[in-house]
Design a binder for this molecule. Structure first.
Ligand SMILES: [Zn+2]
Ligand SMILES: [Zn+2]
Length: 442
């Protein structure tokens, strides 16, 4: 079937578009994007006139998500994870290998892909483990995992255990032109820390994790990427010192890219003490840091040093989080809050343009992972995120599609929402509150 979208602003940086365009979707593809396309092009199918304030963008891609299946289905499954993704405006997610069993073999990769196919909502790109069992000893079978569909490699949850293993991984993945995603953390400096090392953690009696614990591992891997010609992608960057290392690497031409999670450019460790002291929904790894770090993440997003906004969606059950701060697991859910947070704190105040946000959340993740998407080019798959710039949303954890509700943003109000999500031309999410009427599900 065909569907012609009229009246919307189209933001598609790859094709240099930001303005009023019509978009014709034919089946699972983008057929035409141009000004004032005639309704007759829809061949009697649906013509959708979008209300003012709605924006058509290439589908957003979250390249850092924990779907928890196999092994921890009480926190999330592939099915609930992708339901959360499309409600949050993401047409695709890349999922981390720290499941149980670990995604270190083709069997697990195929299981994840099969579950994703059954759910049939967002696209799912598995990320393979660097080491067998993520134990940091033997390299996993990178070729087999890639063949099965893994788009990148990481031991996320932990850093790659040794410089030698990181070197071998970068050498090997460089042959395939795929990135190594690094969870940067020096284990000896992190020790049993559970919050950012500084006055706030000290006042609350919490053991600290210094920012340089992150920067040291990032620096190691940037040097190794430079030596090997491999591509290292720094996950969930949080410390200003890490950003400095990334900038220096980029200036030398090293293949280094990086991502920042919404909580690291909006929140600081002051939240550990108030309004809810020791709220375990403020505990994540890397931890919320101090103002200097938060402001550096914003600066990097503004000046182009940061390549990607990714959520590090990390669902945990209520009873797991409802314990003493130092015993609670690290992590928060993020898929359904990332777009409202980003529109509200980055785009509306004018820190970045909407076009730059599309680069951070669609163009660059597609490019880094070498996956489909990132543009509304004619002939491309019709993966589309429709934003509603003006609608305000108040985050209500009870209404999250994710199986887990661990968010520090409960009750927060943001200006900017997701109106609809289309994957391969099919409407997989639509919020009637945005006034989008999308007829029969194609
Ligand atoms: Zn991590
Ligand atoms: Zn993670």
């Amino acid at each position: 079937m065909k569907r012609l979208f009229k009246g919307a602003r189209v933001v598609d940086p790859v094709n240099g578009r930001d303005g009023a365009f019509d978009v014709l979707v034919d089946g699972d593809r983008i057929a035409r994007v141009d000004r004032d396309l005639p309704a007759s092009l829809a061949d009697g199918s649906e013509v959708v006139t979008l209300p003012a304030g709605l924006v058509i963008c290439p589908g957003f891609i979250d390249m850092h998500v924990h779907l928890r299946e196999p092994g921890q289905e009480h926190k999330e499954t592939v099915a609930t994870g992708v339901a959360s993704a499309v409600a949050g405006g993401f047409t695709a997610v890349a999922c981390m290998p720290n499941t149980n069993p670990v995604n270190d073999n083709a069997g697990v990769t195929r299981l994840i892909l099969q579950k994703a196919q059954e759910a049939n909502l967002a696209r799912v790109y598995p990320i393979g483990a660097v080491s067998r069992g993520q134990k940091g000893e033997q390299l996993a079978d990178i070729a087999e995992l890639r063949e099965a569909g893994c788009v990148a490699f990481t031991d996320d949850g932990h850093p790659i255990a040794t410089a030698m293993l990181a070197r071998r991984t970068l050498e090997y993945t460089s042959m395939f032109g795929i990135p190594v995603i690094e969870h940067c953390e020096d284990p000896s400096l992190k020790a049993d820390g559970c919050a950012h090392e500084g006055p706030n953690a000290a006042a609350l009696g919490l053991k600290g994790i210094p920012g340089v614990a992150e920067a040291i591992t990032a620096s190691r891997d940037i040097l190794l990427a430079e030596m090997t010609g491999g591509h290292v992608h720094i996950a969930h960057m949080s410390a200003w010192t890490t950003l400095e290392a990334v900038r220096q690497g980029k200036s030398r031409g090293v293949k280094v890219t990086c991502e920042v999670a919404p909580h690291h450019f909006t929140l600081t460790d002051e939240l550990l003490g108030a309004p809810i002291p020791y709220d375990t929904n403020t505990k994540m790894n890397p931890p919320l840091r101090e103002t200097r770090d938060r402001d550096a993440m914003l600066a990097g997003i503004i000046d182009g040093s940061v390549d990607v906004i990714a959520t590090d969606h990390a669902p945990h059950a209520a009873d797991e989080k409802n314990v003493e701060f130092d015993r609670a697991p690290f992590g928060i859910v993020g898929l359904e809050t990332a777009i409202p947070i980003s529109l509200h704190t980055l785009v509306h105040p004018g820190l970045i343009t909407l076009s730059r946000l599309v680069e951070l959340m669609s163009v660059n993740p597609a490019r880094i992972l070498s996956v489909t998407g990132g543009s509304l080019s004619e002939g491309a798959p019709a993966d589309i995120t429709i934003l509603d710039l003006e609608r305000t949303v108040t985050i209500d954890r009870a209404r999250l599609r994710s199986k887990s509700k661990n968010t520090p943003y409960h009750g927060w109000t943001f200006r900017g929402a997701v109106a609809a999500t289309l994957v391969a031309g099919r409407v997989v999410f639509a919020d009637e509150a945005s006034g989008v009427s999308l007829g029969a599900r194609g």
